[in-house]
Every structure is written in C-alpha cells, then in structure tokens.
Design a protein around this ligand. Structure first.
Ligand code: FAD
Length: 293
C-alpha cells in the first residue's frame, strides 16, 4: 500500500519531512538517516509510514527533490512524497514534472502555494494558489494529493473566517492535509472543529517540530506567524551539553505528540531537519513504545 490516503485510513501514521541536501556529503548523511528510519517503529507498533521531501521556493530544488524522492520511493520500504509549489511555474513545467513523477512510480504529491520570492520581486507563473495545482495533478495520474493547513491561520489570509473557507474548499478537493508546526494542541483541534462546521472532514496530519535549534524554529515561526514558546527555547539555550538540549527538545515534542495521539489525530508528521536521532528520541518517550523492530 503506497497511497498516503489509504495509509491514513489504517493509521495513525508516522511520517517525517526532509529537505534535499545540496552536497554529496549531505546526501550520504541522509542515506544513513534513511537507514535508521527503516528500522523505526511508529506509535502503536507500525513502521514509518512515509517520508516527504521539500521543494525549494520557485523550483530551486526541482531536480534534487525529484531525483531524491523517486530514488527513496524505489529503494526504500516506505513511500516518498514530493512537495510541489505553484510559485514561478508555467503549466507546461508543472506537467513535465508530474510526468516524471508518474513515470518514476510516485503516487503521492503535496500541492502547495509556495512563498513569494524573499527579495520582494514579482511573482510569476500560471498558478496562484495551491488549489489550482490539484486539477493538474489529478489529470497527470492517479495520485493521492495532500495540501497544507495552518492551525493558527495562514499569514496572508485576511481573516480567520476567510482562511477557514479557503482551507475547507482546498481540503475537500484533496485527499489529506498536513499542518504547519504548532506548539499548542488546542490550536490544531480548534481548526478541526472550525472545518467540521464548514462540512470538511478530510484527515489532517499535525506537523510536530522538535526544537533542535531554537533560532531556526523562531525564524520559521516568524514567517508562518505561529506562536513561539520562548520558555522552552530559553531552557534549551541554557543547556550546556548537546545531549541535554536534545533531551529537552525531545521531551517537549514527545509530550505534544502524545497529547495529539491521545486526542485521536490520524497520524503525526515530524519536521526532523534530516536527523533520525530526534525521531528516535521522541518515539522512545511516547508511552514506552519501542523504536527499533
Ligand atoms: P494556498 O493554499 O495557496 O494559500 C495561500 C493563501 O492564499 C492563504 O491565505 C489562502 O487563504 C489564500 N487563498 C487560497 N486560495 C485563494 C483564492 N482562490 N483567492 C484568494 N486567496 C486565496 N513552501 C515551499 O516553498 N516548499 C515546500 O516544500 C513547502 N512545504 C510545506 C509543507 C507543509 C506541510 C506546510 C504547512 C507548508 C509548506 N511550505 C512550503 C510553505 C507554503 O508553501 C507556504 O505556507 C505558502 O505561503 C502557502 O502555501 P499553501 O499551500 O498553504 O497556500
């Protein structure tokens, strides 16, 4: 079974997100990370369900994302899903990439808006919003399609009401959602309730970001306008040894993961920053679940 929508039906799933490394050394490291993840056991005893690979803004990692995802999907025992963004792409470019994915055996795609260029230059391309990619993806093959959800609302949304209506419409056209990271479980469940009121019950995987590097997470939270837990960050910064920092970050991520699972989420998506040790550390703390098969 390699369609993520089907894996979610059997859930809870465990997934991790990678970025495509720039160097041969980075790729080698990622290969070791994937080796470790192949022997992980997810909450409830299941194996790692899938991995996803990010796509650089405006297509800057186009070939690296494509080659990595097709390789993992072919060689590993879990499916790999590419992220795909609208920004800067023509319909022809998107169709060509989708053709490569279809030919390469990929069955899942995460359809995203993408962020406008950081230098403020004009946004070009044939697609403005993630929902517009969904038709192209459906036309290109039998893919299971995921989309992004922002529990604390997308920073470019004019109001919470507008955000939830657009999100409900997008999720209803897709097969599943994955959230931006957040640190308060109530934010996720409030979003789910608001979507239910709009008649949307598409499953949404919560994204959990272990705070390995507080500075980076604070920067990401600033971009996403997500709440940032300063107390936790200070505690991590104050720890002297790397092992202690890792333990504090893993404790916090495990507590959030456990609360989410207890309250019935369909799975957990971990922003692992290309490291398997943090995924193992989090799982070790959840209900005594063994991390190795
Ligand atoms: P959209 O769904 O397009 O929404 C963006 C904004 O437009 C929202 O405010 C929405 O309400 C509004 N909107 C939607 N449709 C309409 C409409 N028809 N008319 C008017 N307004 C509308 N970025 C990357 O560059 N690469 C990645 O690999 C990547 N991976 C991600 C993975 C996850 C799980 C998440 C949560 C985000 C990821 N991002 C990535 C970031 C994402 O691209 C940005 O958050 C981006 O700003 C919006 O993406 P979206 O898919 O939510 O956009």
């Amino acid at each position: 079974m390699t369609k993520i929508s089907e894996l979610i039906e059997q859930g809870p799933t465990l997934s991790v997100e990678f970025f495509p490394p720039k160097t041969a050394e980075g790729l080698e490291k990622l290969s070791h990370t994937l080796d470790s993840l192949e022997t992980l056991s997810a909450p409830g005893g299941a194996e790692l369900s899938f991995v996803s690979v990010t796509y650089g803004a405006g297509g800057t990692t186009r070939d690296r994302t494509r080659d990595l995802v097709i390789g993992i999907n072919r060689d590993r025992r879990f499916p790999a899903m590419p992220h795909l963004t609208c920004v800067g792409h023509t319909e022809g470019e998107i169709d060509e990439l989708l053709g490569d994915y279809s030919a390469g055996g990929i069955q899942n795609i995460l359809a995203l808006g993408g962020d406008p260029p950081a230098d403020g230059s004009e946004v070009t391309g044939d697609f403005d919003y993630a929902i517009e990619l969904i038709d192209s993806i459906r036309a290109a093959g039998d893919f299971s399609i995921g989309v992004a959800a922002h529990p604390e609302m997308h920073p470019r949304s004019a109001s919470l009401d507008a955000d939830r209506r657009r999100l409900a419409e997008k999720l209803s056209a897709a097969d599943f959602g994955i959230t931006q990271f957040f640190f308060d479980a109530d934010d996720y469940f409030r979003m789910i309730e608001e979507l239910e009121v709009l008649g949307c019950d598409t499953p949404i995987l919560p994204g959990v970001m272990p705070m390995l590097n507080p500075g980076t997470v604070e920067r990401f939270a600033g971009i996403a306008r997500a709440k940032f837990p300063t107390d936790l960050a200070n505690k991590i910064e104050a720890a002297e040894e790397p092992e202690e920092r890792m333990a504090i970050a893993a404790d916090a991520a495990a507590a959030l993961t456990e609360e989410l699972l207890d309250r019935g989420v369909p799975g957990i998506h971990v922003y692992c920053m290309n490291r398997s040790d943090i995924v193992e550390a989090v799982l070790e703390r959840i209900n005594g679940v063994s991390t190795k098969t």
